[in-house]
Design a protein around this ligand. Structure first.
Ligand SMILES: [Zn+2]
Length: 277
C-alpha cells in the first residue's frame, strides 16, 4: 500500500511531467471506484490546465486553473502514471485503467487501480479545507507544526501504544505501518509502549526521526511501489534501508539480537528487544 513517501515521490514525478499541461479529454472506465466519478467530471475539466500538484497526507491535489481541484487517493493499489504513445503497458491490466486524462502534448495521465479502493474526485477549491477526507488530519510530519512539543502534548495521558499514536492520522498525517516500525527502532522505543508513559527524551527522538525516515524514503522513492518503475524507470529503493520491518527472526544490524514481530492494533510491528526499550 502506498504510504506518504510513495505519494510524495509520485507528486514530484508528476510535477515534472504534467504541470502546465492542459487536459483535452478524459476516458472513464466502466468499473466504479470506491466512490463513483460524477457524470460532469469529464466536461468540467476539459480545457483546464494543471497548474500545480500538491499533497496533503496521502492525497494528491491536482490544482486546475479556475475553481476546481482533482483530489486523488491511491487506496491500496492505485497508481497514476504519465504515459506517452510508446508506453509499454504490459505491467498494467487494461481493465483497471479507470480514468485517463488526455493531455495537450499527446501524453495520457492514467489512474490504474486493480483493487478499486482509490478515489478520484473533483472538488471546488474553496471547499477543500472542509472536506470530510481532509478535515480531521493532524499536521504534516515534514512541516514545522510537527515537533517534539506537539507530540508530547498529543501523548500526554494517552494509554494507546506509541506505534498506534504515531500512526493515528489525527495526530500526524501520513506515518504508515512500515515507517512507524522504522522510526521506533531508530528512536530506541518499543512499539508497544504506552504513549502517556514515554520520557521526554524518547518523545524528542521519535519526533526527530519521523521526518528523517520519511525524507530518506522520499529520496529513495519509497519502499514497495512497483509502479514507479513505469513513471520514470526506477523502483522504490527504501526497501534496502529497512532495519526492522519485515525482518522477524533475522539479526539486528546493530546488536545481532533476533528481530521480533508483535501485533499492535492488528498491525505487524517489528522491533529489536535489545535496542528498543
Ligand atoms: Zn538491536
Amino acid at each position: 500500500m502506498p504510504e506518504l513517501p510513495e505519494v510524495e515521490s509520485l507528486r514530484q514525478i508528476l510535477e515534472r511531467s504534467v504541470v502546465g499541461r492542459t487536459i483535452v479529454g478524459t476516458r472513464i472506465g466502466r468499473l466504479p471506484l470506491r466512490r463513483k466519478v460524477t457524470t460532469n467530471f469529464g466536461p468540467r475539466i476539459r480545457g483546464r490546465r494543471i497548474d500545480k500538484i500538491g499533497r496533503r497526507a496521502k492525497y494528491l491535489i491536482l490544482d486546475l486553473d479556475g475553481e476546481d481541484v482533482i483530489l486523488v487517493h491511491l487506496g491500496m493499489s492505485g497508481s497514476l502514471t504519465c504515459r506517452d504513445r510508446d508506453f509499454d503497458s504490459s505491467e498494467f491490466d487494461r481493465r483497471h485503467d479507470h480514468i485517463e486524462f488526455r493531455l495537450d502534448d499527446g501524453t495520457r495521465l492514467v489512474f490504474n487501480d486493480p483493487r478499486r479502493f482509490g478515489i478520484v474526485r473533483l472538488v471546488v477549491r474553496i471547499a477543500l479545507p472542509d472536506l470530510h477526507e481532509l478535515k480531521g488530519l493532524g499536521p504534516e510530519p515534514l512541516s514545522e507544526a510537527f515537533n517534539a512539543d506537539y507530540l508530547a502534548a498529543q501523548a500526554r495521558g494517552r494509554k494507546v501504544a506509541v506505534k498506534n499514536l504515531i500512526m493515528d492520522q489525527r495526530v500526524v498525517a501520513g506515518v504508515g505501518n512500515i515507517y512507524a516500525s522504522e522510526v521506533l527502532y531508530r528512536a530506541g522505543v518499543r512499539p508497544t509502549r504506552r504513549a502517556g508513559r514515554l520520557k521526554r527524551e524518547e518523545i524528542v527522538r521519535i519526533a526527530k526521526f519521523i521526518p528523517i525516515i520519511l525524507r530518506d524514503a522520499i529520496d529513495r522513492r519509497g519502499t514497495t511501489f512497483r509502479n514507479y518503475r513505469d513513471s520514470e524507470g526506477r523502483p522504490g529503493a527504501f526497501a534496502d534501508r529497512l532495519q526492522v520491518y519485515g525482518r522477524a527472526g533475522e539479526k539486528c544490524y546493530r546488536c545481532s539480537t533476533s528481530i521480533r514481530n508483535v501485533l499492535v492494533g492488528q498491525r505487524a510491528s517489528f522491533y529489536c528487544p535489545t535496542c528498543q526499550k
